[in-house]
Design a protein around this ligand. Structure first.
Ligand code: LLP
Length: 417
């Protein structure tokens, strides 16, 4: 459920019309609904119910400080994959002791900063990374709490670019190799073996892969405990899908029921790392129609947003529902395309849309996750503004970039060169 509904003929974010917001702030414009974000955070927390655990939002899905601060206030922790994301969490008022640090390429300075801030857990993805964490922790006189991220070898049946739990994957370690690394970790200075972590992929629309993965990881936990390792955390990653085009993913409560059935008696704190499910349909991208271009073959609706603003269709052939903010009725088969000079710059192909004219606003739905956070400035296009709506109030949480800011830090070549 989300809070983008048509009121008096105009699509609205909570109590504010997207038309008024676009007029006030320009387009392309990302609009997030605070009520939807809060609702999703609570649903995921309820999924854990009485089990000891923490929802650690995957910051990469949407890393705006406004969104992070709202979630921090809801008691949510964070899953980060870079030092930059750690700084964002701290700037948003998040607590380091609720942060888990994932990612295959953690750098020394990032590890050091995370240790100084006292993060909750490092999810280790390789033997050399473990060595570096041990070395940095020892030099700081600390012990780093770690989990090894393992690949439970289940097929998440999702887009190949976002499936991560297979042995060919660059992420984590094959589950059969993990025990050896745990044995090494258990005797290292500067390391506290604290947990086991996995993440099998993203936009997963069935429960079975999660169940299979948990079963495999529980077998590993039993082995490790048999060797007197204190596994006090099980991190089940993220990956729960959302409906973009009629998919029927499990609800957070169905997902929670499975997690509780499998892990309530595991004697460990359970971490969830949801990204998409918290923010995807809490955000939309509003864009204005620049031209309707008719050729003998096709009708193109050229809009002012482009692949640099929302990359998912270009990168994953992802489907996003599109609708006019104020419908004129009728129906036409169109391609919705942006101004960027790439054939992959489209939001929809051969899609039936109500008739639109230049100047109309379109709303691209379910754009809150991996939308702005993957935006670029390709074609020297300033990145969009971001707004959070709460009831009848709107806050600009990111200004639209200025064109001049796009070459800040660059310089003309010195004539003597
Ligand atoms: N934990 C880890 C270690 C991850 O790598 C990810 C996402 C998550 C949690 C959150 O997964 P989620 O709940 O959002 O599925 N850009 C792609 C998705 C990439 C996902 C990367 N990892 C997209 O737009 O579909």
């Amino acid at each position: 459920m989300n809070h983008f509904e048509t009121k008096a003929g105009v699509l609205s974010a909570e109590d504010l019309s997207l038309e008024a917001l676009a007029d006030a702030h320009g387009t392309p414009l990302y609009v997030y609904s605070a009520a939807t974000l809060r609702r999703h955070a609570r649903l995921m927390q309820e999924a854990l119910a009485a089990m000891p655990g923490l929802v650690c939002y995957a910051v990469k899905a949407c890393s705006n400080l406004g969104v992070l601060s709202l979630l921090a206030k809801e008691g949510v922790g964070f899953d980060i994959v870079s030092g930059g994301e750690l700084e964002r969490v701290l700037a948003a008022g998040g607590r380091a002791d609720r942060v888990v640090f994932s990612g295959v390429g953690k750098q020394q300075h990032e590890i050091e900063r995370a240790l100084r801030e006292g993060i909750k857990l490092f999810n280790v993805e390789s033997a050399p990374e473990l060595e570096l964490i041990a070395q940095v922790a020892t030099s700081l006189g600390k012990r780093a709490p770690i989990a090894v991220r393992v690949n439970p070898e289940v097929d998440a049946k999702t887009h190949p670019y976002i499936a991560t739990g297979l042995k060919e994957s660059k992420f984590g370690l094959p589950i059969d190799d993990a025990v050896a690394l745990y044995r090494r970790a258990a005797i290292m200075d500067g390391i506290e073996v604290a947990g086991v972590a996995f993440h099998i992929g993203s936009q997963i629309t069935a429960l079975e892969p999660f169940g299979q993965a948990i079963d495999r990881v529980l077998a590993l936990v039993a082995t490790l405990r048999g060797e007197r390792m204190n596994i006090r955390i099980i991190d089940v990653g993220g990956g729960l899908g959302v409906p973009y085009a009629g998919e029927t993913p499990p609800s957070p409560s169905e997902y929670g029921k499975l997690v509780r059935e499998k892990l309530a008696n595991a004697g460990a704190e359970v971490l969830l790392e949801p990204g998409r499910v918290l923010v995807a349909n809490a955000g939309v991208l509003v864009t204005r129609v620049l031209y309707v271009k008719k050729t003998a073959y096709k009708t193109f609706v050229v809009v002012d947003a482009a692949m640099n603003d929302l990359m998912r269709p270009a990168l994953y052939q992802a489907h996003h529902h599109i609708e006019p903010v104020r419908s004129r009725g009728g129906s036409e088969i169109v391609d919705v395309v942006g101004p960027v000079c790439e054939s992959s710059d489209f939001f929809a192909k051969a899609r039936a849309l109500p008739v639109v004219e230049a100047g109309d606003l379109l709303c691209i739905r379910t754009a809150g996750a991996y939308g702005f956070s993957m935006a670029s400035q390709y074609n020297t296009r300033p990145r969009a503004a971001e707004i959070i709506v709460s009831g009848d109030r709107a806050q600009l949480v990111r200004e639209r970039e200025s064109v001049e800011s796009l070459w800040r830090g660059e310089s003309r070549l010195d004539p003597s060169m």
